[in-house]
Design a binder for this molecule. Sequence first.
Ligand SMILES: Cc1cc2nc3c(=O)[nH]c(=O)nc-3n(C[C@H](O)[C@H](O)[C@H](O)COP(=O)(O)OP(=O)(O)OC[C@H]3O[C@@H](n4cnc5c(N)ncnc54)[C@H](O)[C@@H]3O)c2cc1C
Length: 450
Amino acid sequence: MSVTARSQREHLSWGRTPRLRPARVVRPAWTSDVPAALAAAAASGQRVLAYGQGRSYGDACLNEGGTLVDTQNLDRFLYFDPESGVLRAESGVTLAQILALVVPHGWFLPVTPGTKYVTLGGAVANDVHGKNHHAAGTFGRFVTRLALARSTGEVLELTPDDDLFRATVAGLGLTGLILWVEIRLHPIASDQIEGRSTKFSTLAEFFALSEAASARSPYVVSWIDTLRPEGRGLLMEGDHAPDGGLPEPGVSPPAARLAVPVDAPGWALSRPTVRAFNAAYYGRQRAKAVETRGHYEPFFYPLDAVRDWNRGYGRRGFFQYQFVVPFADGDAAVREILGRLAASGEGSFLAVLKTFGDVPSPGLMSFPRPGVTLALDLPNRGERTVRLLRGCDEIVRQSGGAVYPAKDACMTPESFRTFFPQWEAFAEHLDPAFSSSFWRRVTGEAASRH
Ligand SMILES: Cc1cc2nc3c(=O)[nH]c(=O)nc-3n(C[C@H](O)[C@H](O)[C@H](O)COP(=O)(O)OP(=O)(O)OC[C@H]3O[C@@H](n4cnc5c(N)ncnc54)[C@H](O)[C@@H]3O)c2cc1C
């Protein structure tokens, strides 16, 4: 196991704000090293937290002044049955590694977020969702078993019948360190996705299109122009094609060809740039609807094509903001939030609108719930942006919705308690040595145990 005060990896979150540094980073080489690492941190009084690929945006993966256990080396496959599609792997294995192994055998991830560079541990700890939430629910639904190391030195094997399993799925990394995860994969006949892209010019049109698309397609997602509060955008739907072939084992899709090598200057993502990008993106499709077909990579992971794209927001980083509001209030709440964004002059390139279905999540603290969800990026302009987002939180609270902790850096303790009223029941399952900067921010818990 290697121990470093500071390491080559920066151990920031994807939004690169807030910049909260751990006091120590440990990188176990083997899962069998983990219990001792946790025990040592617990004995020192320092709070512990697992760190995957840092693809959370705010402070859910940060542990200022504490110990981060980086799972980068816990990257081994333990079991894969190409007949049944059952896979077991260490928690630091990424979804990208899983796809490279299983797609040639006719299997796919049952649920995938918008980047494949997240770890299995991170996918479980945030109970991530994908474009198929309305049909499949969250990632945690496909986890059949996992191993959890606690700071007492115990390693527990948990199944969906265990209360601690339900607390660990969407448990924000606070119930212990997940050592390995077993999942059920989804069968596919090819690596192609076929579907349709349809333009909409109002939110009402989006809701009608989305309902029809969700009834026929397992994957549905929309891009929306945040500088136009009436809600124009493009709705993309699709499914795995029945033909088109599978890659040979060992042949992975090409890695990102483009990269943002340094932090961009602050003006790079200014309002005129966003306006020009959005107009071009909306305008590039002339027809109302077009049939689409292509490799799964650009359909599921368009942003992965540009390595380190998060540096495009400059040194101050950016906030990502994702909320869900129930259908009853969806139109009004989304309209009001888009109106506030447009009035503030803060445009977002990457605004994603979709609906969540009612498939229940196994996680006690899972974020998705039936309704409409909007995710967007905003450059960090300090207090001004925080005020804007807290104002949006207020609208979400009044609508009975919630904000996604995996993408949050701003919510107040009051908002957190309203979004997740079950948090006290969840807190009974926490490992006392574990904590995060997010958890301390929203609960006021002390940083040190001594
Ligand atoms: C471009 C992009 C698109 C995204 N799209 C989506 C999306 O569509 N849907 C969605 O739900 N999310 C999405 N996300 C968010 C991302 O999927 C989650 O934040 C995910 O949890 C990140 O995984 P990670 O491995 O990077 O974990 P980190 O960000 O490093 O950590 C996240 C949490 O997991 C915990 N954790 C990590 N490993 C372990 C472990 N072994 N044991 C216990 N706890 C652990 C950490 O303590 C922390 O609380 C997106 C992120 C990006 C950058």
